[in-house]
Design a protein around this ligand. Structure first.
Ligand code: ATP
Ligand code: ZN
Length: 304
């Protein structure tokens, strides 16, 4: 199979995802649940799309925004932290953004936090003035400092940021945090959040001018369907007509339910798509409010 990676008019969509790391498996799984499949070559750079003309390029996450900006890839799945850091860097160098966040994808959640030694008494952001801050996110940190008119020294490190204070390289750090365990292991505590991040679908700032526009639209429609029903359940139950308004108040996260009358009875059958968790507790509350024959079903696909 010969692969043409050149730019220009194309009749296939090319999506960059992380080759190996935190985002690789969830990104693949999400695309697979949109009905995509590939001629497998997990160990290679390129996966050729089978069910749709949508190919994957497996790369380092840091390369994804640049690949979109250069038109080598059409879309990418990458942490918002990486996308915005590179956008901040482009802005500082007066280069147009070229890409933007199309959708938040609901996995890879983390925060970009300032963290200080546990012994510090934290009184507020102005406390970092004149201090040395170690980070791999100099662009976002500089933006944050600028927006607060604080001057501090940014120590740019590509890894092991969390040990910088103990090594005497910096006074505090600005780094990604999910559970906080790494910070605690290094006697640091988070004090400010600069950015809430998760994996996002990134795409070009400008629209596609060829068949890729239709492919991207198709993919987005499927993606929206998948994201929408990810935690959704179909709830079926019956109830006396008089109990229905009270029951609907217990279902604020449900889309307008379908109500069917049951012949020759004062009872109604209801069907509601709930976007929040449908716990035993909720079912018991509904039962107390008059619902009967309650049933919770998983939702596999949805096309609005
Ligand atoms: P690559 O080899 O592709 O450059 P990497 O080491 O930069 O990989 P990972 O550690 O796999 O990347 O992280 C990828 C993304 O996962 C991060 O950019 C971030 O968006 C997200 N993420 C979620 N939780 C964390 C965390 N605790 N630490 C770091 N990244 C996290
Ligand atoms: Zn990386």
């Amino acid at each position: 199979m010969s692969i043409n990676l050149a730019n220009g008019v194309r009749d296939r969509l090319r999506i960059a995802i992380q080759k190996s790391g935190r985002l690789s498996e969830p990104a693949r799984a999400l695309l697979a649940s949109c009905g995509l499949s590939w001629r497998e070559s997990r160990d290679r750079l390129f996966c050729y799309g089978e069910t749709l003309p949508v190919d994957l390029l497996l790369v380092r996450d840091d390369d994804i925004p640049g690949l979109i900006a250069d038109g080598v890839c059409d879309l990418g799945m990458v942490g918002r932290n990486v996308l915005m850091e590179q956008a901040a860097d482009r802005e500082q160098r007066d280069i147009a953004p070229a890409y933007r966040e199309w959708r938040a994808l609901g996995f890879g959640g983390c925060r970009l936090d300032l963290a200080v030694p546990e012994s510090w008494d934290w009184t507020g952001a102005e406390q970092v003035a004149g201090k040395r801050i170690a980070t791999s996110y100099p662009g976002l940190l500089a933006q944050w400092l600028r927006s607060r008119a604080i001057e501090a020294d940014i120590v740019n490190l590509s890894g092991s940021v969390e040990i910088a204070p103990r090594l005497g390289q910096a006074d505090l750090i600005c780094d990604l945090v999910s559970s906080g365990a790494t910070l605690a292991a290094n006697q640091l505590k988070p004090v400010e959040t600069l950015l809430r991040s998760e994996a996002v679908l990134a795409g070009p700032a400008a629209a596609f001018g060829d068949v890729r526009a239709e492919l991207a639209e198709l993919l987005l429609r499927r993606l929206d369907g998948v994201l929408k029903i990810r935690d959704s359940k179909l709830l079926l139950f019956q109830a006396p007509r008089a109990a229905v308004p009270g029951l609907l108040e217990l279902l604020p996260d449900a889309e307008a339910p379908t109500v069917t009358s049951i012949d020759g009875s004062d009872r109604l059958a209801l069907q509601a798509l709930c976007h929040g968790a449908v716990t035993w507790q909720r079912l018991e509350d509904l039962k107390r409010a008059g619902a009967a024959a309650l049933m919770v079903l998983p939702v596999e696909r949805m096309l609005a």
